[in-house]
Design a protein around this ligand. Structure first.
Ligand SMILES: [Zn+2]
Ligand SMILES: [Zn+2]
Length: 292
């Protein structure tokens, strides 16, 4: 066999290996304390907005990352989210909730479970009410001091959740900035005083790069459905996990989640196969080109 022919064979083998490694994992439902434990990411941007992935790809990508549910939340619009939810209903790969990142100058807020767009030109408390009147949940998005500057204290008592884990904590650590992760926890603590049911939410704020589900939310649901997920958030039955694996939430729930999610950042074997497939393809290409 010539080297060029061997190169072409290598490419063919690499394609097969790459496809095998791309298998979407089957969801494992872990019963915990009478509930089903799900993993979610409620802050995901998509194409037709300022996200890089096409909305019809998101449910599959979510499943790859071991997520059962995502909310697609582009800035001040629902179009991408609607497309994503339609596509997911067709394939059944993950629950996709229609949402919006209500983006005002003094606050960013996730509305998840929406049927209509919520106007950003209103005070935070009015935006929370607009979300809840549609049956949705309102979550303070990355409420660090430089981002959540609204003086609307009424909103704090109404919120269903706040992001307690967000990748900006990692970014801030890399640039030696203030401890953004601590600011997220401070916000949560200050709201909990008036609003003890506040859900701890971990979100990836996925745009172009980054990893979907890098920070995520574990939910204790009665029912594996959008309604079950939103109920769990309303009831505060959630635990947030940041990029370093730190868990935030009601200590009793954290204790229940800990053993169940140990090693849930799996897939390293799969990644190895994918990388090997990439290297085989490159070697094959070089051989095929040089020894034509
Ligand atoms: Zn934002
Ligand atoms: Zn965002």
């Amino acid at each position: 066999m010539t080297a060029g022919r061997a190169g072409r064979w290598l490419i063919a083998i690499a394609v097969l290996m790459g496809s095998a490694a791309d298998r979407v994992p089957v969801a494992e439902r872990v019963p915990v304390d009478g509930y089903t434990l799900l993993a979610g990411d409620f802050h995901v941007h998509s194409f037709f907005g300022d996200g890089g992935l096409a909305p019809w790809e998101l449910a599959r990508e979510a499943r790859r990352k071991g997520l059962d549910v995502i909310a697609v939340t582009n800035h001040n619009q629902l179009f991408g989210a609607r497309v994503a939810a339609r596509a997911a209903a067709f394939t059944g790969e993950a629950i996709v909730i229609v949402g919006e990142e209500i983006t005002a100058s003094t606050y960013h807020m996730i509305g998840a479970g929406l049927t209509e767009r919520v106007d950003w030109r209103q005070p935070a408390s009015a935006a929370v009410r607009a979300v809840q009147s549609q049956g949705g949940v309102a979550i303070a998005a990355h409420p660090v001091r430089s981002s959540w500057t609204t003086a609307d204290r009424e909103a704090l008592g109404l919120l269903d959740g706040s992001e307690a884990a967000h990748p900006l904590a990692l970014l801030a650590a890399e640039t030696g900035e203030a401890l953004k992760g601590e600011e997220l926890l401070e916000f949560r603590q200050s709201v909990l005083v008036h609003n003890p049911g506040l859900a701890a939410i971990g979100s990836s704020d996925f745009h172009f790069g980054g990893t979907l589900g890098l920070c995520r939310t574990f939910l204790f649901v009665d029912e594996v459905s959008q309604a079950g997920v939103l109920d769990a958030i309303r009831a505060g039955r959630t635990v947030a996990r940041d990029a370093n694996g730190r868990l935030t939430g009601d200590p009793m729930l954290v204790a229940l989640v800990q053993p169940a999610v140990k090693g849930d950042v799996s897939g390293s074997a799969t990644r190895l196969w994918s990388q090997l497939a990439v290297w085989l393809t490159l070697t094959g290409l070089v051989l095929a080109l040089v020894f034509r």
